[in-house]
Design a binder for this molecule. Structure first.
Ligand code: HEC
Ligand code: HEC
Ligand code: HEC
Ligand code: HEC
Ligand code: HEC
Ligand code: HEC
Ligand code: HEC
Ligand code: HEC
Length: 500
């Protein structure tokens, strides 16, 4: 009996010590502020809390994360303030950073918090990613669209409400709600705090900010602290999982339309096929990412963003959140393919006749604002480092040679289409810039923009993303491009005859 009692007591003591240690460890890691958020939000927003619990943020302190070896470190800031360093990254850590910078900061159950967690907030622990992303054209996507008069005109004639004018259709500018629902879903909205409002909740009356343009996860969103861009465009809250970012579905959200068919082309490519048929068995969470072992064919991230190593642990390519440092040509026609812009802010670009376009109407690049052809080669070599881990040198060289042939041929076709369109404007069959008209508000002008915005782009994307096949020919490719040139000519000839 006595012995049994003793054993029971020692077991209890052991259990108590164990509980004490675990409770103590947890108490040291979750801040009191976050514990309060969790107590309430686990009831009201189990979706958010459970999602966060699965994240690395919920189990790792910046201090522990900082101890990892260079290539496997998942935080990049050198100095992280003491109060943040020793706690796991919880609700309060993110939602109350830099409170004064945020126009949406409000008092919430005894805490000063903001709703919109911006790249500048993430930068407290991930400064390198934020700096690089601020040099990525994506972080400027809202500005590049709203502050370019030609693109605004294009936007108006796509989104605007159509009315019947005297002899023609007139497009009124779209309202904010429709803009946010359309172009700015991807390009990002401008968030504006319009005041604060009290509302009845399960815990009584609470005050919340009224934020125009929200919710939105567009890549170039202007945030409530004035910063540009959204990390959650690719790092969905609240898991912020690297696995999600590395899979092509993340990019599909914005890169799949007929103007930018990257995802469709990729899915139809050999790379996409291997991803689709074998990708379930790959390892998407290891950092750094080993080519051959962790995965066998590239996803979008592998070619454009990822840090990759070989089996000796040597770096094949550095990670980049800037992305243009692996891109030579801009294959997205504006209206021709051209060398990448020097600055992610494309609103500064002017062509020789003063239009905010990176090329002249005959295709000549606006060289002052674009990288040189030597730079194009250097940046492409950066991309090719990754290809060469799985392909031979001649495979890759010939592949890029073919892409260049494709760029030259598709640009040529657009030159012809633009000459046809210029004749149409010149002869007064459509109102163009010279008679103060819009170049996007008549049917024949839309056919011209189909040629460069849809078909020439599809042809180039199919080549660049190794999809070839249908997207370069029958599915919005060469078949449609040549047909459009015929249609422009036929339209012009008919007008000429009617004029006679
Ligand atoms: C006393 C309970 C309670 C505490 C503590 C609490 N919240 Fe909340 N929180 C709520 C409720 C209730 C809502 C509103 C739910 C709804 O939309 O009706 C809310 C809403 C929010 C929102 C959304 C605001 C909006 O504009 O819709 C955020 C963000 C938020 N809380 C973050 C936090 C953070 C971060 C903490 C800890 C620092 C925290 N909360 C602590 C109860 C709480
Ligand atoms: C266009 C999509 C995209 C956007 C936007 C983006 N990221 Fe990433 N991010 C990725 C991808 C893809 C990876 C995986 C990189 C790899 O495999 O090496 C990644 C990786 C990371 C990692 C993991 C690094 C590591 O060592 O494990 C961090 C941290 C990160 N991003 C932070 C950010 C921050 C902060 C922002 C906003 C300033 C941001 N990202 C914006 C796509 C994006
Ligand atoms: C790593 C930083 C980070 C952490 C940790 C974090 N959040 Fe968030 N939270 C964000 C980001 C980013 C958004 C997206 C807001 C935006 O930018 O539009 C967000 C959005 C929200 C929203 C509004 C989203 C919606 O769908 O209505 C709520 C509510 C919220 N967080 C609550 C919480 C709670 C509760 C926790 C703790 C369990 C938490 N957050 C932890 C970064 C964080
Ligand atoms: C207070 C510091 C801190 C802040 C603020 C912060 N993070 Fe993190 N982040 C971390 C830590 C710590 C980890 C985990 C590192 C590890 O596991 O080694 C991490 C990991 C990550 C990862 C890698 C996840 C994975 O699955 O590998 C991504 C992506 C990421 N954070 C994105 C963000 C984004 C986006 C924001 C802003 C919305 C943000 N973080 C804000 C500290 C922070
Ligand atoms: C589904 C997402 C999405 C929507 C919606 C969208 N875009 Fe875009 N936009 C993109 C992507 C992706 C690119 C970059 C393509 C590339 O570089 O290959 C882009 C680039 C652009 C550019 C080039 C800007 C520059 O100077 O770099 C213009 C102009 C543009 N879009 C106009 C529009 C207009 C006008 C609308 C609405 C009628 C719109 N977009 C709607 C995804 C979108
Ligand atoms: C929320 C929408 C969105 C998501 C998600 C997104 N992008 Fe983009 N991306 C854009 C827009 C919009 C632009 C064009 C911005 C401009 O031209 O001003 C762009 C531009 C680009 C460019 C052109 C860069 C350059 O310098 O020419 C590349 C490459 C790109 N994205 C790759 C990716 C990859 C890879 C992913 C997934 C990991 C991704 N994007 C996810 C919207 C998005
Ligand atoms: C096999 C590597 C590879 C894969 C996989 C890949 N890309 Fe690309 N991507 C390229 C190359 C090469 C270019 C053209 C670069 C050049 O001309 O210098 C390119 C160009 C682009 C551009 C055009 C940038 C511009 O404005 O000119 C976008 C956008 C893009 N890729 C997005 C994606 C998306 C989204 C995915 C996944 C669905 C993806 N890529 C998959 C290699 C790849
Ligand atoms: C992680 C390995 C890996 C990387 C990185 C990679 N590829 Fe591939 N690629 C493959 C595999 C595997 C195949 C399928 C080969 C086969 O079908 O026999 C393939 C096929 C191709 C094809 C053949 C398409 C077809 O349908 O005939 C081309 C072209 C190609 N890759 C170009 C590139 C280029 C260019 C890059 C870099 C921008 C690149 N690849 C990067 C693994 C890779």
């Amino acid at each position: 009996m006595q012995r049994k009692g003793l054993i029971r007591v020692s077991i209890m003591l052991f259990v108590l010590t164990f509980i004490h240690i675990t409770v103590y460890a947890d108490a040291g890691q979750i801040s009191d502020d976050t514990q309060e958020c969790l107590d309430c939000h686990a009831i009201y927003h189990p979706g958010i809390v459970q999602d966060w619990k699965k994240s690395r943020h919920a189990v790792t302190t910046p201090k522990t994360a900082g101890k990892a070896k260079a290539l496997s470190r998942r935080i990049s800031s050198e100095r992280i303030p003491g109060n943040l360093k020793n706690n796991i990254v919880g609700c309060a850590e993110c939602h109350s950073l830099k409170a004064r910078d945020h126009a949406d900061t409000f008092e919430h159950n005894g805490h000063e918090i903001h709703v919109v967690v911006s790249p500048n907030d993430c930068a407290v622990c991930h400064s390198v990613e934020q700096e690089q992303f601020s040099m990525n054209i994506m972080s400027m996507a809202e500005k590049n669209l709203t502050e370019n008069s030609l693109y605004q005109d294009l936007q108006k004639n796509i989104l605007g409400t159509a009315r019947l004018g005297k002899n023609h259709l007139e497009f009124m500018p779209a309202d904010d709600l429709n803009r946010a629902d359309a172009c700015y879903h991807c390009h990002g909205t401008r968030l504006q705090v319009k005041g604060f409002k009290e509302r009845e909740t399960d815990v009584g009356e609470l005050t919340f900010p009224i934020i125009d343009g929200w919710p939105n996860q567009g890549v170039g969103r202007v945030n409530t602290d004035g910063s540009r861009g959204t990390c959650s465009a690719c790092h969905s809250r609240h898991q912020f999982s690297i696995e999600t970012a590395r899979k092509p579905y993340t990019c599909k959200q914005c890169h799949s339309g007929p103007d930018v068919p990257a995802f469709k082309v990729y899915s139809a490519s050999k790379h996409g096929n291997i991803f689709n048929s074998q990708g379930q068995k790959w390892n998407y969470s290891s950092v750094p990412w080993e080519i051959g072992k962790d995965f066998k064919a590239p996803t979008c991230a592998v070619c454009h963003i990822s840090l990759t190593i070989n089996s000796d642990g040597e770096v094949i390519n550095e990670r980049t959140h800037q992305m243009s440092n692996r891109l030579g040509m801009r294959i997205f026609g504006l209206i021709y393919a051209h060398p990448q812009p020097k600055s992610p802010d494309t609103t500064i670009i002017r062509n020789t006749i003063g239009l905010p376009l990176p090329t002249d109407l005959d295709g000549k690049p606006s060289a002052d604002y674009l990288i040189s052809f030597e730079q194009v080669e250097i940046r492409r070599e950066a991309m090719q480092k990754t290809c060469l881990a799985c392909h031979s040198n001649s495979w890759v060289k010939n592949y890029f040679k073919r892409l260049d042939g494709n760029i030259a041929a598709s640009n040529d076709a657009i030159r012809t289409a633009t000459q046809q369109m210029q004749t149409i404007w010149h002869k007064g069959y459509a109102r163009g810039l010279s008679n103060k008209g819009s170049i996007f508000d008549e049917y024949i002008e839309r056919r011209w923009s189909d040629a460069w915005l849809l078909y020439a782009n599809s042809i180039r994307f199919s080549s660049a993303m190794a999809g070839g096949g249908d997207y370069g020919v029958f599915e919005n490719g060469r078949y449609h491009l040549s047909k459009t040139l015929m249609e422009l000519q036929d339209w012009l000839d008919t007008r000429e005859q009617l004029n006679k």
